[in-house]
Design a protein around this ligand. Structure first.
Ligand code: SAM
Length: 234
């Protein structure tokens, strides 16, 4: 593993809203107390470990999902790809409990969790260690005065560029046109990323292994059309 230092990230503005919505049931509390300590990863020691060794299943590559929400996509990908290790980051505790429940029910051994802000993980990961990164419906922060809280930005892409292997894929979905613009304005001029789109059907068509998420369903119900943006680390 390389010891290349992580570049500093921009000021860690709060990019997320609530951390907890409701009181956990006794079973959920026992997952939080029992399963989470085994599955959570320590951002401080990530660089000391070969990343694939973080998982109790034998895995050959590692993917990262940022803001997994209700964990629908995280669990779907982990089930579909048993030879891949997935790191899921999500500060919203109800989402973490959903992930813990599904991991236990399905006996998944290829998922590790960081129940908080992804940015310490991005600083801790070894360089060129991820082959896929998902940022699916990041919090939109639609008001102009909050736009600076949007997670995707040039410094965020710089941090992703450091930890992604050449050829790795970055998938970003959003239902907010202004957010898509924010993403494209940061990514198109970025020398480490290349947008794969060849025309509107590229960003209107979900990825072939896309299971849908709760947030996407809400956007569709409310008449917003999701955009699926794919970039390669070049
Ligand atoms: C709009 S929700 C979408 C959730 C899920 N991806 C989906 O499609 O249903 C955005 C999620 O990103 C999480 N989030 C926001 N900022 C984050 C950060 N800095 N690190 C990790 N997750 C973050 C939020 O807590 C929230 O659950």
């Amino acid at each position: 593993m390389t010891a290349e230092p992580a570049p500093p990230l921009h000021d860690e503005l709060r990019s997320f809203g609530r951390k907890r919505a409701r009181k956990p049931s006794p079973r959920q509390q026992s997952l939080w107390d029992g399963a989470l300590p085994r599955l959570r990863i320590d951002p401080a020691v990530l660089d000391a470990t070969p990343l694939t060794a973080l998982f109790s299943a034998p895995v050959t590559e590692v993917w990262l999902e940022i803001g997994f929400g209700g964990a629908e996509h995280l669990i779907h990908q982990a089930t579909l790809n048993p030879g891949v290790g997935l790191i899921g980051c999500e500060p919203f505790e109800d989402g973490v409990i959903k992930a813990l429940t599904a991991i236990e029910e399905r006996g998944l051994r290829n998922v590790r969790l960081h129940p908080d802000d992804v940015r310490p993980i991005l600083r801790g990961l070894p360089a060129a260690s991820l082959t896929k990164v998902f940022v699916l419906f990041p919090d939109p922060w639609p008001k102009a005065r909050h736009a600076k809280r949007r997670l995707v930005s040039k410094p965020f892409l710089d941090a992703l560029a450091r930890v992604m292997l050449l050829g790795a894929e970055l998938r970003i979905a959003t239902d907010i046109p202004a957010y898509a613009r924010t993403v494209l304005e940061a990514a198109i001029p970025h020398s480490a990323f290349s947008w794969t789109a060849t025309g509107p059907s590229s960003w209107r068509t979900p990825w072939p292994d896309w299971p849908g998420t709760r947030y996407e369903a809400k956007a569709l119900r409310e008449g917003r059309r999701p955009m699926f943006l794919t970039f390669l680390r070049v």
